[in-house]
Design a protein around this ligand. Structure first.
Ligand code: TYM
Length: 324
C-alpha cells in the first residue's frame, strides 16, 4: 500500500482533522510508502501573511509528530519542498476540463457567496491531484469533504492515461465511516471556516470552556435523552471503547443526567486521549533543529520518488524525460 495525505497549515489542527485524517495517517504508517505532507502551497490560497504561514507550518509539524507520526515509519515533509509537484500540476492542467473544476466545492461555495475567487482556488484540485499522483499513491486517508477531490484525481489520471498511454496510477480515498464528518460545537461539520472547532492542543481551561459550549437541545435534566443525535455523544464515541460508548448511551437513555455531566465525561476522555501527545509536543518544541531535520530528510525521500514519476510523465507527453 502506498499511502499519501496532506493537511493545510491554515490554523491549529482540530478534532475533525484528527479523527477524520491524522489518526488514520498514524494507523497507516509503516506501509510500503507512507507519505504525509504539510500542504503549504494550498494554504497560500487563504493565508496571506508570511509570518503567520511560517508559524502555522512549524505548528503543523509539531502537532503531527506529537500526535504520533513516527519519522522511522513515515515520511513527513513540506509540500513546497518538492517543486516537481508544481510541474506536474501544469502537465495535468493541460488535460483538465474546466467543467470538472467548476463543480468542485471550495470554488463553487465561494462563487455562490459572490466572493471573487482567484485562479489558485479554481485550480486547487489539480494541485491536489498532482500531490497524489506524483508518488504513485494507492491510498489517500481523508475526511468526507475531500472525497470529491480524490475523484477528480482519478478522473485526471484516467484522462491522462487515455491521452498518452498508461502512465499514472489510480488512487483510492480511504475514509472511515464513523469519523468522516466530525461535528463541531454548533453540530455542523467541524471546520475552521465555521468557527466551531475544538483544537487538539488547547489549554485544559480553554478546552473545558469550548466543550461546555457545545450546543445541545433543551431536554430537561430528569428526562431520557437520545444519544445518537447529540453532538456531545457523537464526539465521545470517537474517544471511547465500545463498552464506554454503551455506558454513556445508557446514562442518556436512563434520564437524570444533565448535558453538563456528559460534557465533563467528554472533557475527561479528551484529556486522557491526548495526554501523551501534549507531553511529546513539549519535547519536540524544545528541539526545533530535530524537527527541521525530519522535514528535510522527508523531502529528500519524497523528492526522489517525485522525480521518478515526473520523468515518466514528461516522456509520456513528448518532453525530454529530464530537463537538460
Ligand atoms: P484540510 O487541511 O482542510 O483537512 C485535513 C484533513 O482533515 C479532514 N477533516 C475532517 N474530517 C472529518 N471531519 C471533519 N470535520 C474534518 N475537517 C477536516 C479533511 O478531510 C482532510 O483529510 N485539500 C486538503 C489537503 C490536501 C490533500 C492533498 C489531502 C492537499 N493535497 C493530497 C490528501 C491528498 C485539505 O484542504 O485538507
Amino acid at each position: 500500500m502506498k499511502v499519501l495525505s496532506g493537511i493545510q497549515p491554515t490554523g491549529r489542527f482540530h478534532w475533525g482533522n484528527y479523527f477524520g485524517a491524522i489518526r488514520q495517517y498514524i494507523a497507516l504508517q509503516g506501509q510500503e510508502q507512507s507519505f504525509y505532507f504539510i500542504a503549504d502551497l494550498h494554504a497560500l490560497t487563504t493565508v496571506r501573511e508570511p509570518a503567520v504561514l511560517r508559524q502555522n507550518i512549524k505548528d503543523a509539524a509539531l502537532d503531527l509528530l506529537a500526535l504520533g507520526l513516527d519519522p522511522a515509519k513515515a515520511t513527513l515533509f513540506r509540500q513546497s519542498d518538492v517543486p516537481e509537484v508544481t510541474e506536474l500540476t501544469w502537465l495535468l492542467m493541460t488535460i483538465t476540463q474546466m467543467h470538472l473544476l467548476d463543480k468542485c466545492h471550495a470554488f463553487k461555495d465561494k462563487k455562490a457567496k459572490g466572493i471573487a475567487a482567484d485562479a489558485g482556488l479554481f485550480t486547487y484540485p489539480v494541485l491536489m491531484a498532482a500531490d497524489i499522483l506524483i508518488y504513485d499513491s494507492t491510498t489517500v486517508p481523508v475526511g468526507a469533504d475531500q472525497i470529491q477531490h480524490v475523484e477528480v484525481t482519478r478522473d485526471l489520471a484516467q484522462r491522462f492515461n487515455a491521452t498518452y498511454g498508461e502512465t499514472l496510477h489510480l488512487p483510492e480515498a480511504y475514509v472511515l465511516d464513523d469519523s468522516a464528518k466530525v461535528p463541531g460545537t454548533d453540530r455542523e461539520k467541524m471546520s475552521k471556516s465555521y468557527n466551531n472547532t475544538i483544537p487538539i492542543f488547547e489549554t485544559p481551561r480553554k478546552l473545558r470552556k469550548i466543550i461546555m459550549s457545545i450546543q445541545t437541545d433543551s431536554t430537561p435534566m430528569e428526562a431520557a435523552k437520545v444519544p445518537e443525535t447529540c453532538a456531545v455523544y457523537q464526539l465521545f464515541k470517537l474517544f471511547g471503547t465500545p463498552a464506554q460508548q454503551a455506558a454513556l448511551a445508557d446514562r442518556y437513555q436512563a434520564g437524570g443526567m444533565g448535558y453538563g455531566e456528559a460534557k465533563e465525561t467528554l472533557y475527561q476522555a479528551a484529556m486522557t486521549h491526548f495526554g501523551e501527545a501534549f507531553e511529546r509536543r513539549t519535547r519536540f518544541e524544545a528541539a526545533p533543529d530535530q524537527v527541521e531535520d525530519i522535514l528535510r530528510e522527508g523531502a529528500h525521500r519524497a523528492r526522489a520518488k517525485a522525480r521518478e514519476v515526473v520523468e515518466r510523465v514528461r516522456s509520456a507527453c513528448g518532453l525530454t524525460a529530464k530537463p537538460v
